[in-house]
Design a protein around this ligand. Structure first.
Ligand SMILES: [Zn+2]
Length: 281
């Protein structure tokens, strides 16, 4: 079971076992390949070659999310932010236009990336917020960065991915939606005001108890939390439409999930079911 939406795992020898620092960042990259289905697997094979000396945690295209390095290990991807980073390589190029980031391929790919990132946010207490270069340098806050931000902060690489047109606002809004909360940074993340984020938390084991109880036997009007439930069911392998309404398919998938987890099959999403969905039980 994985909440990352993995379709394949192909672990690379290019990694450092363990981490020299705590996980604080989700780092976004582009692979510098054309947007084409199936390329994520090809990239995973490529960075599985011992001579390559590079890796990331996940490689994502429109149809696949490929695990290359386990979360607990250090991927070699963004010098300066490797020990503290969870790295996502998106099949595409840093030079992509806004339209390139909004075509069918990119939309499906960004949804996959948002599901994986939201899972990491839950697990490691990372807010759906882009850090400024100054914040990254200071190393005190958790959040999202691009490879380019690490280049600017640490000067250990020349890479500028994922590029000037990466849709940060749209992407982080979707991550926040999957997390069931408002994005702390609704803007494009280029502000340098640097106000500290208050939404970062390590109390992940208490999340289930803080969530509202969704009783799908009744008529509900909590679309944000319904979408979160649906996204988590989908991320756990029980795919259903993320539309915020408790339809027959969502009910069937919740029953199947509760049954598979040996929980009471009661269509009530309470603390135990939330924690199971979040991989915390
Ligand atoms: Zn990169």
């Amino acid at each position: 079971m994985s909440g990352l939406g993995l379709t394949w795992t192909r672990l690379s020898p290019n990694r450092t076992v363990g981490r020299a620092d705590s996980i604080r960042y989700v780092v976004i990259h582009t692979t510098e390949n054309e947007q084409r289905s199936g390329v994520a697997w090809n990239v995973a094979v490529y960075i599985g070659g011992a001579a390559v000396k590079a890796s990331s945690h996940l490689v994502i295209d429109d149809v696949d999310t490929v695990r290359v390095v386990e979360d607990r290990d250090t991927a070699w991807c963004a010098p300066g932010a490797n020990a503290s980073g969870l790295q996502i390589e998106l099949v595409g190029r840093a030079a992509q236009s806004p339209a390139d980031w909004d075509n069918g391929f990119a939309r499906a790919q960004l949804e996959r990336a948002a599901v994986a990132a939201a899972w990491w946010c839950e697990k490691y207490g990372i807010p759906a917020r882009r850090l400024t270069v100054a914040e990254l340098k200071a190393g005190k806050l958790k959040g999202f960065i691009g490879h380019h931000d690490a280049t600017l902060a640490f000067g250990k690489s020349t890479h500028t991915d994922p590029g000037a047109n990466f849709p940060w606002a749209r992407f982080l809004a979707r991550v926040a939606e999957l997390l069931g909360c408002e994005s702390p940074a609704a803007g494009d993340g280029t502000s340098s005001s640097g106000s500290p984020s208050s939404s970062s938390t390590n109390q992940t084991n208490q999340i289930g108890a803080k969530m509202p109880i969704l009783d799908l036997n009744k008529t509900l009007s909590l679309p944000t939390y319904m979408r979160r439930l649906q996204a988590l069911l989908t991320a756990n392998g029980h795919a259903t439409a993320i539309d915020g309404s408790a339809g027959p398919d969502t009910k069937a998938k919740l029953r199947a999930f509760q049954s598979a987890q040996r929980l009471a099959v009661d269509l009530i999403c309470g603390p135990k079911t939330w924690n199971a969905l979040l991989g915390l039980s």
